[in-house]
Design a protein around this ligand. Structure first.
Ligand code: ADP
Ligand code: ZN
Length: 213
């Protein structure tokens, strides 16, 4: 089973992916997390990705597609996958379809988590993420029980460099230009499900599970 999560930065893809992992026993493959891991480990991939990420731009397709397809080839992905942050443009979507098709597989559903632009900007501004398990919190909307500490694992919370206001604006611009066309792409393929992404994470998750069942 392959499920794609679509939505703008700040729509809650990461949070929902983690909840789906628990509810459905699938594996989460998040391209942004893979890049951040490479960046932390200072690999060649990480150094290249950094140049784009800090500007809010997409990392070149060739690099991104290779990285994600390699990850999908690992044994744990046989359980089924939730893709979060990939594909992010039509070229990546076509490369993914082709690679899955070659294994007689395919995307089952693409779930579009819809959130208004005003809400996105508000959410990205106060976002804090766990260094250890990537759970995200919001200063005012969804604060951790102890400031600076992850509720789930006790890890340290930090603010992503690319959550700075100028970079947030750029990421949203890139989203509307490059990623939003995927909504039509998956609609045409008969795979799109749309879920209202406003409200609490638990509410959104309920809607998402209902849409998928
Ligand atoms: P968000 O969805 O909140 O923007 P991500 O963690 O998914 O955050 O991505 C962070 C950054 O990593 C992006 O701004 C981009 O530079 C890079 N990135 C992640 N996924 C992709 C992708 N599929 N293609 C190109 N670049 C990507
Ligand atoms: Zn954590």
């Amino acid at each position: 089973m392959y499920i794609v999560l679509l939505g703008a930065p700040g729509a809650g893809k990461g949070t929902q992916a983690a909840m789906l992992v628990e509810a459905m026993g699938l594996v989460q493959v998040a391209s942004g997390d893979l890049f951040r891991k490479a960046l932390q480990q200072e690999t060649e991939l990480g150094k290249t990705a950094k140049l784009y990420m800090e500007k809010g731009q997409l990392v070149p397709d060739e690099i991104t597609i290779k990285m994600v397809l390699e990850r999908l080839g690992e044994p744990d992905c046989k359980k089924g996958v939730i893709l979060d942050g990939f594909p992010r443009n039509i070229k990546q979507a076509m490369a993914l379809d082709k690679a899955l098709d070659e294994q007689s597989e395919g995307i089952d559903k693409a779930v579009y988590i819809k959130v208004t632009e005003g809400e996105l900007i508000k959410r990205l501004g106060g976002r804090w993420v766990c260094r250890n398990c990537q759970t995200s919190y919001h200063e005012t909307e969804n604060p951790p029980k102890v400031t600076g500490k992850c509720d789930r694992c006790g890890g340290e919370l930090y603010q992503r460099d690319d959550d700075k206001p100028e970079t947030v604006r750029k990421r949203l611009e890139v989203y509307f230009a490059e990623t939003a066309p995927l909504i039509e792409y998956y609609t045409k393929a008969g795979k799109l499900l749309e879920v209202n992404g406003e409200g609490s994470a638990a509410e959104v998750n309920k809607r998402l599970l209902a849409a998928l069942s």
